[in-house]
Ligand binder design. Structure first.
Ligand SMILES: Nc1ncnc2c1ncn2[C@@H]1O[C@H](COP(=O)(O)OP(=O)(O)OP(=O)(O)O)[C@@H](O)[C@H]1O
Length: 366
């Protein structure tokens, strides 16, 4: 992974006009993506993960989508939100590719998969059809499809779910994208296949020097793939940091809830924690912090004013009033305290005894 930024999303707002009124689905999302890194975006259903990513490739329905004027998505020095449609066509699917949970929605059921991949190669490479087919077969081999030459003559329905997802990945890689956006790509697959696909994406990312944005509601998946993690709630990123910071030193009570609801080897279904309540109705956002009504640690100010981002470290920010210097100190759930203790002792060792850990990761929220 390098430090150059390949994509910058600044203050992205996306709303939808609906019969019931305006739905504010994305409310000021800002993040950078570095070349070669995997950024995971996590959050409950409806938190705005997919809409934010679809905004990057401008694949949202034109008739009812409203982009906030202040938003920017900067790729190769250009704002994708204002790029003319013809120029966007050379970015969408080519420089920035997307794969979804159900590959059948992106694959053409009436065309052999080899031909679909070859056609995609031909859209950006000036080579013969025969050479494009050879490339397609090579790509199918690269994503782990057995007997790629023979398989290239098969139609999508002739593949199993896991193999179809590999075909989809090969298709998305045909244009050698800089960025692969994977929207819950393994949710429909069984656990073993899921883990194979995650390993494959990780492996290809290194081989092809791609950046990956991974959307998921499953923190287990995040632990497997992510360099950095952004946690979304009600259309906003509420915490962002390296995977270690989010897993071992989370600061936002919503992230605490997500971590506490992760099953472990000794969790039984009836003991699995779940965050009480439901996400807000995006048609009628409550005043103050949208998470306040579900937040056992909410302060009075949470019901009045949305918290800004507070800096935890150079790579870690969280939008919770608990990080305000004048906020009372609270004790997070036991599982979070346990993790923060591991983080603190690790940081102490890393820092050879300087006080980093005490500055950034006290056992309370501050
Ligand atoms: N075309 C649309 N018209 C109106 N509302 C929409 C549209 N697309 C998405 N929404 C709304 O925007 C909000 C965010 O949806 P989004 O799909 O981004 O959530 P998500 O976090 O990806 O959840 P999931 O994991 O279920 O896909 C939801 O309230 C959803 O109902």
């Amino acid at each position: 992974m390098t430090t150059d930024t390949i994509l910058k999303v600044n203050n992205l707002h996306v709303s939808f006009r609906t019969l019931d009124g305006i739905v504010d689905a994305v409310r000021g999302v800002t993040f950078n993506l570095k070349r070669g890194e995997t950024l995971a975006i996590v959050g409950e259903s409806g938190s705005g993960k997919s809409v934010s990513m679809k905004a990057i490739n401008r694949v949202l329905p034109r008739k009812n989508t409203i982009f906030g004027k202040e938003g920017e998505i900067i790729y190769e020095g250009k704002n994708l939100l204002t790029l003319p449609e013809e120029e966007m066509e050379s970015v969408r699917g080519r420089k920035i590719a997307m794969i979804f949970q159900d590959p059948m929605t992106s694959l053409n059921p009436t065309m052999t998969v080899g031909r679909q991949i070859a056609e995609s190669i031909l859209t950006h490479e000036d080579i013969s059809k025969a050479d494009a087919m050879k490339e397609a077969i090579k790509l199918m081999g690269l994503v782990g499809i057995r007997n790629p030459e023979e398989s290239s003559r098969n139609y999508p329905h002739q593949f199993s779910g896991g193999m179809r997802q590999r075909v989809m990945i090969a298709l998305s890689l045909a244009c050698k994208p800089d960025i692969l956006i994977a929207d819950e790509p393994t949710t429909a697959l069984d656990v073993t296949i899921q883990s194979q696909i995650l390993d494959l994406i990780d492996d290809l990312k290194v081989k092809l020097n791609m950046s990956v944005i991974f959307i998921t509601h499953d923190l287990g998946v995040v632990a497997h793939v992510a360099d950095r993690v952004a946690v979304m709630y009600a259309g906003k990123i509420i915490e962002i940091g390296t995977a270690e910071e989010i897993f071992y030193n989370p600061q936002h009570p919503y992230t605490w809830g997500l971590i506490c609801s992760m099953p472990t080897l000794d969790t039984t279904d009836d003991h699995l924690y779940s965050i009480p309540g439901a996400p807000p109705n995006m048609l009628h956002m409550p005043k103050g912090d949208a998470f306040a009504p579900r937040n056992a640690y909410a302060l009075a100010i949470d019901y009045e004013k949305e918290p800004p981002f507070f800096k935890v470290s150079d790579t870690h920010y969280a939008a919770t009033w608990l990080l305000h210097p004048q906020a009372p100190s609270v004790t997070p759930p036991a599982e979070i305290v346990r993790r923060q203790q591991i983080f603190n002792s690790f940081m102490k060792q890393e820092d050879g005894g300087n006080d980093y850990a005490y500055r950034h990761a006290g056992s309370g929220a501050r």
